[in-house]
Design a protein around this ligand. Sequence first.
Ligand code: SAM
Length: 182
Amino acid sequence: MEFVEGSGRMVRENEIRKAEVSVALPSTTDAGLIFIGRVRTPWTSRMETPRQGRADGPLCRIEVFEPWVAALADLEQYERIEVLYWLHLSRRDLVLQSPANDGTSRGTFSLRSPARPNPIGTAIAHLVSIEGAIVRVRGLDCLDGTPLLDLKPDRELFTPIAPPQPGDFQVGDPSLSPSFPR
Ligand code: SAM
């Protein structure tokens, strides 16, 4: 386990720390997700997993499930891809968190902590190869076995293929529709 003298454990498992605030979760959810694959990484403990992935980090393997393997077509042309994953072991009820475990706290939405109401992790990963259902990348920071939500080209490398729409040219505060809240 990782300790810093005087401030307690600095990698969260499921504890609530001093200065943290949890809320009651709603009894129902608003949408369903489809796990489209599984991420295989060298890390089996949150105590070892990087806080953020790095481009020169270990090779990781993304296993895409059927029937989604066909959706990998054409992805290999992108040097970097955005990987979205479900941080499945996270708490979902914290609104204030103490990342340094030092008695101070910050709002969940001001952090990239895995503990959040919808524990979606995102990383820009460097694409190494795609062979069949297997995508190899560097740059991840999740536990082995983490469910995969989505893969997309890095937005900096992607130019929309569909024709532009009026909103693409709007800047500033164009005349708003009557239903737009002011
Ligand atoms: N790069 C992503 C982001 O910014 O959205 C995730 C960052 S999050 C700080 C990474 C940490 O989440 C890891 O260091 C580990 O402690 C934790 N973690 C990784 N995989 C997890 C999982 N499957 N369930 C819960 N926590 C996980």
